[in-house]
Design a protein around this ligand. Structure first.
Ligand code: BES
Ligand code: MN
Ligand code: ZN
Length: 489
């Protein structure tokens, strides 16, 4: 339970207070808090430097059992992300101390030179996301999420910001839903199961749902998607979720790569981090979670989410390198590498949604290439679009949410490299360089005139180590980004 509180700390008993502290400046309005911090700073071990923490008990000034002061460093370095990190770390610390609740004290917006509700949003996000633990598969639950997180704000904010608390938590719950899906092992999210998990929740939220099963995919000639699914005994699906509010003028389509496990197929991936290929459905998770969040947030825009779901395995029935398939669009593709499977399922989903829904804007999100991780590292997504304005909107939503995105090029002349000797296209480029770009160019062949962007999240969708407000595993990257972006489109 998250709630906004405005109480007098002298009178009200709070078990645990978490307070952000700047090294060089006072950032609080309440004199009591300021005097507390001044006293603590007299200690050798706490100056408010970034990463410093100090806990003390039963301070004489307050009716609190324990106070956690957390250093944020110099004021000039303070921003929304450092507030998210502060709140996430505060929550994690309380969880580790086996506490059931915390009251997080907000700094004065004026003193940190941020405009409300920005700091409030950031602190709610960090706290909410930091309170997530994926322990479904552990018999012994060592850490228990906090039952109650309160945010101490001024009375005017407490009165007016209820809406913000609700929308931010809805979006964060979406991120958490996506994380849980990504962390779920592939043996528990085969395409049929994965589809059911999403459909059950979507139904509850009154989204319109259409599911293509294998038979319908065959009848409708989703040849590229079916080629990827061929090697697995688990049959493919395609999910279409639609959020269509009254009065919506625009339609945006979101397409998410849903490979529930990517072995590489006959081009089998080497041993190393094959287990992480359970996360190859992170794009799908982001799209599903975004639609579920939209159903609660109710913005005035029609959004169609298309999620092709397959498992990329190898068997006697698997697609072979050199095989030629006819995609939904009619174009033929020579499959030269069965590990370049994401683009194959995406082109059929893209062609379908362009044909049936004629969206103004189409954005696909996919763990598409290792090459994008080579280019941008593990924390930044690549954005590919010939529409500079759309790309810029995505990049700026990335800055706002700290789901960082970088605009990458789509050079026309690189297309040459995707021409096949025997079919219309081949699914990998001749050159081993620039794989993120040629992957995007391959998709571009199927969008027609639709305004389109592709987001490659192979890097930021998954992390091997926990960070300030996200544990090991799926990050849920894309949900906060999309929710911010869709408001602007
Ligand atoms: N799912 C992978 C991409 C990936 C790599 C995601 C690392 C997350 C972390 C994708 O299907 C893939 O295998 N791509 C190939 C493409 C190549 C064969 C053109 C790659 O990146 O090596
Ligand atoms: Mn692959
Ligand atoms: Zn893949």
């Amino acid at each position: 339970m998250l709630s906004l509180k405005s109480v007098d700390l002298r009178k009200v008993k709070a078990e645990t207070l978490a307070i952000p502290v700047c090294e060089d400046r006072d950032i609080h309005d309440d004199k009591i808090i300021t005097s507390l911090i001044t006293r603590a700073k007299k200690l050798e071990e706490f100056k408010g430097d970034s990463g410093e923490e100090v806990v003390f008990y039963n301070p004489p000034e307050l009716k609190a059992e324990r106070i956690i002061l957390m250093g944020l460093g110099k004021l000039e370095k303070l921003n929304a992300e450092s507030l998210r990190a502060f709140a996430g770390k505060a929550v994690k610390k309380c969880i580790n101390m086996k506490l059931p609740e915390v009251l997080i004290v907000l700094p004065s917006a004026k003193k940190i030179k941020m405009e409300m509700p920005l700091p409030l949003e950031a602190i709610i996000e960090g706290a909410c996301l930091g309170n997530h633990i994926f322990d479904k598969y552990k018999e012994e639950k060592k850490h228990i999420p906090l039952e109650k997180i309160d945010f101490l704000v001024t009375p005017d904010v407490a009165k007016s910001a209820g809406k913000i608390l609700k929308s931010v938590t809805t979006i964060c719950e979406g991120t958490i839903f996506a994380r849980d899906l990504i962390n779920t092992p592939s043996n528990d999210k085969k395409p049929e199961q994965f589809t059911k998990i999403i459909a059950d929740i979507a139904e509850k939220e009154n989204l319109k749902i259409k599911i293509f099963d294998e038979k319908e995919l065959k009848q409708n000639k989703f040849g590229a998607l079916l080629a990827v699914a061929a090697g697995s005994p688990s049959k493919p699906r395609m999910i279409i979720l639609e959020y269509n509010p009254k009065g919506a003028k625009k339609t945006v389509a979101l397409v998410g790569k849903g490979v529930t496990f990517d072995s590489g197929g006959i081009n089998l991936k080497p041993t190393g981090s094959l287990d992480e290929m359970k996360s190859d459905m992170s794009g799908a998770a982001a799209v599903a979670a975004t639609l579920i969040a939209l159903a609660k947030l109710k913005p005035k825009i029609r959004v169609v989410g298309v999620i092709p779901v397959v498992e990329n395995m190898l068997s006697g029935d698997a697609t072979r390198p050199g095989d030629i398939v006819r995609s939904y669009s009619g174009k033929t593709v020579e499959i030269l590498n069965t590990d370049a499977e994401g683009r194959l399922i995406l082109i059929d989903a893209i062609s379908y949604v362009v044909e049936k829904y004629k969206p103004e804007t189409l954005i696909d999100i996919a763990t598409l290439t290792g090459s994008c991780v080579v280019a941008l590292g593990e924390k930044i997504a690549g954005v590919f679009s010939s529409d500079n304005k759309l790309a810029q909107s995505i990049v700026s939503s990335g800055e706002k949410t700290y789901e960082r995105c970088w605009h990458m090029p789509l050079p026309d002349d690189y297309k040459e490299d995707l021409k096949s000797d025997f079919a219309d296209l081949k699914n990998i480029a001749g050159s081993k360089w620039g794989g993120a770009i040629t992957g995007a160019l391959f998709l571009a062949e199927f969008v027609g005139d639709t305004k389109w962007a592709h987001i490659d999240i192979a890097g930021p969708s998954y992390q091997k180590k926990g960070s300030d407000y996200c544990g090991v595993g799926g990050t849920g990257f894309g949900v906060r980004l999309f929710c911010d972006l869709l408001e602007k489109l």
